[in-house]
Design a protein around this ligand. Structure first.
Ligand SMILES: *Cc1c(COP(=O)(O)O)cnc(C)c1O
Length: 355
């Protein structure tokens, strides 16, 4: 699978910053490791693949990505076992998704050897930055953006691909209060909702800020036409436990980001004997089931938080509240996923990719 013939130019830091960094309970996304990977796409090919000291990049003000938004990214986590071996959780799924995003945004695909082998070499080099405490990990951020220096509207001919690494502590998410969104839209069929492109985040921030003024943490996105079919919660996939069965919106309309955590949660639930339905689910169904006392858990899933419990869903002023202290299904999934990732449970699905 790996092509070890890839030549990656390596420049190491003169002195690591690790000694001056406390990896315990480190906040998400603020601290970066010693090195990064960088590659350029020019004249139809990827070149200049290098691993170098983490550093600023200089950009021309006319940079295409800044004006027309060809920018995509991924989020992946690496862990270390008790023997100091580094593992990455399901990176091949992220690699595939990255290139699906690239195709949708009219950007070049990144070859497997650059994405996977580059990531492997970068992580091997900065392995000591992987925190070993429980619930800690090394967050991996691959991303690509358009680099043409040109204000004309057309797909850029040049791109930059980078991978940066950020050690991270437990991502404590307080149980969330969620407003069901009835005005704004994150994704519509035929759009870019399934792609992990930067603009999806930019486009969602106003709706979220708006409900935060009323004390909510996030919105539950609904479909563009009727504002009733449920999509995602904030930038996470959403699950409901209704009548003992797990339900999550199906992917077929292309309006939902196909989360790797979502897929892992579905597998673990099924292994635990819990039925999972991937199907369309409307807010009306949730309200009805709630009134019948059948909704026992609502939670979001994503790489950063893994599982984020939801304590309130508010729809047209009707507050549906949930006892997140009694969330056996999501608590069980979270534990099993942490156990697999941190080496306490068998990895029967081959999810842990040894670096
Ligand atoms: C990244 C992301 C997710 C979660 O995907 P994971 O692979 O589980 O991290 C869900 N929704 C959106 C919109 C995302 O960008």
């Amino acid at each position: 699978m790996t092509d070890t013939s890839l030549e990656i130019a390596l420049t190491k830091v003169a002195k690591s910053r690790l000694q001056d960094t406390n990896l315990e309970n480190i906040p998400f996304g603020r601290v970066f490791t010693d090195h990064m990977l960088e590659a350029d796409y020019e004249n139809g090919e990827w070149k200049n693949v290098s691993i170098k000291p983490y550093q600023s990049i200089s950009l021309d003000p006319s940079l295409a990505a800044l004006h027309y938004g060809q920018a995509i990214f991924e989020g992946i986590k690496a862990y270390k076992d008790d023997d100091g071996n580094a593992y990455i959780f399901r990176p091949a799924d992220n690699f595939k998704r990255f290139n699906n995003s690239a195709v949708r945004m009219n950007m070049p695909e990144v070859p497997e050897e650059i994405f996977m082998e580059g990531m492997r070499q970068l992580i091997s080099l900065d392995k000591d930055w992987i925190p070993s405490q429980a619930e800690h990990s090394l967050y991996i951020r691959p991303f690509m953006f358009a680099t043409d220096q040109f204000l004309g509207v057309r797909p850029s001919a040049t791109y930059k691909f980078l991978i940066i690494l950020s050690p991270t502590g437990p991502y404590f998410v307080n149980p969330m209060r969620i407003a069901v969104e009835e005005k704004y839209t994150r994704a519509a069929p035929g759009g870019v909702g399934f792609a992990k492109n930067a603009g999806n985040y930019g486009g969602s921030m106003y709706a979220v800020s708006r409900v935060q003024k009323d004390g909510f943490d996030q919105v539950l996105w609904t479909d563009a036409f009727e504002h009733k079919w449920l999509q995602e919660v904030g930038m996470m996939n959403v699950f409901f436990v209704i009548d003992g069965k797990a339900v999550t919106p199906s992917l077929e309309e292309g309006t939902i980001l196909e989360g790797v955590t979502r897929a892992s949660v579905i597998s673990v639930l099924q292994e635990q004997g819990i039925t999972v339905d991937e199907r369309r689910i409307s807010i009306d169904e949730v309200v009805e089931a709630y009134k019948a006392g059948k909704v026992s858990e609502v939670f979001g899933t994503g790489t950063a938080a893994v599982i984020a419990p939801i304590k309130e869903l508010n729809y047209k002023g009707f507050a549906m509240t949930f006892d997140t202290n009694n969330y056996p299904v999501s608590t069980g999934v979270k534990k099993q996923l942490s156990d697999i990732r941190e080496g306490r449970a068998a990895d029967n699905n081959g999810w842990m990719w040894k670096v």
